[in-house]
Design a protein around this ligand. Structure first.
Ligand code: PEP
Length: 254
């Protein structure tokens, strides 16, 4: 998708359609003219039509936070990649740690979703990351490598449609981000795993960092050589703080 940093917001289960409209009324003027970074917001499904409508004719892109792997059928409560695409989404986040740990999603299930979303022409942000216990047991690289290989199984030739988000589970929603140099070390490792899967394709992947990114730490994180964007949860909910992070990315690009 090019060399631009990707600044992505994950709203999780926050905001109604009305609140979505109010958000963009405040956010869009603040990022007007920003063209050095790619901006993405992933709202809850119910807010996607309002988000797409509000960001029409702007560079801001909209994505889903999850999807199922079937196109349609008797899958109560699920949504398909076809539906996300038809609603105006360009991206979908898959394998978020909350999906893995709260809803019990396995690497095998996530891989089916990745395959299906790519088939529908969505760009995929595949999330990987270790828990605190895994980190303390020295398993960070093992866990991340396994999540990457299983999640990308069968789509190694489609890396140009994929971004990876490295999101250490212990840093998500805790206010404690990984130290930029620690994140950098894992990002470099992720690129080495991707290069083994597909040397040419790996160059096209942006590996984003996620986990308590906020305006105060975004510059240090985005300045690391192997960090090509951020996936922001809590700080993306406020238009001012998310716009601030976007502008930091823009400044670093200029
Ligand atoms: C996320 O939801 O992907 C995330 C990183 O959340 P937070 O920024 O709140 O830690």
């Amino acid at each position: 998708m090019g060399d631009k940093l990707l600044i992505a917001g994950n709203w999780k289960m926050h905001k109604t359609p009305q609140q979505t409209r109010e958000y963009f009324e405040q956010f869009l003027p603040q990022v007007e003219g920003v063209n050095g970074v790619e901006i993405l917001i992933c709202p809850p499904f119910i807010d996607i039509p309002a988000a797409v409508e509000m960001t029409k004719d702007t560079p801001v892109k909209i994505g889903g936070q999850n999807c199922y792997y079937e196109k349609e059928g008797a899958f109560t409560g699920e949504i398909s990649p076809v539906m996300l695409k038809a609603a105006g989404c360009e991206y979908v986040i898959l394998g978020h740690s909350e999906r893995r740990h709260i809803f019990g999603e396995s690497d095998e299930l996530i891989n089916k979703k990745v395959i299906s979303a790519l088939e529908e022409g969505l760009r995929v942000i595949l999330c990987v990351g270790e828990t605190l216990q895994e980190r303390e047991s020295g398993l960070t690289f093992t866990v991340v490598e396994s999540q990457l290989k299983l999640g990308l199984s069968g789509v190694e030739d489609k890396l140009s449609q994929i971004e990876i988000a490295y999101e250490p589970v212990w840093a998500i929603g805790t206010g404690v981000a990984a130290k930029p140099e620690d994140a950098q070390e894992v990002h470099k490792f992720i690129y080495s795993v991707l290069e083994n899967l597909n040397p040419e394709g790996a160059k096209k992947v942006r590996v984003l960092y996620g986990g308590s990114v906020k305006p105060a730490n975004a510059e240090a994180i985005l300045s690391q050589p192997h960090i090509k964007g951020v996936l922001v949860g809590g700080a993306s909910l406020k238009p001012d703080s998310f716009a601030e992070i976007v502008k930091i990315g823009q400044r670093l690009t200029a």
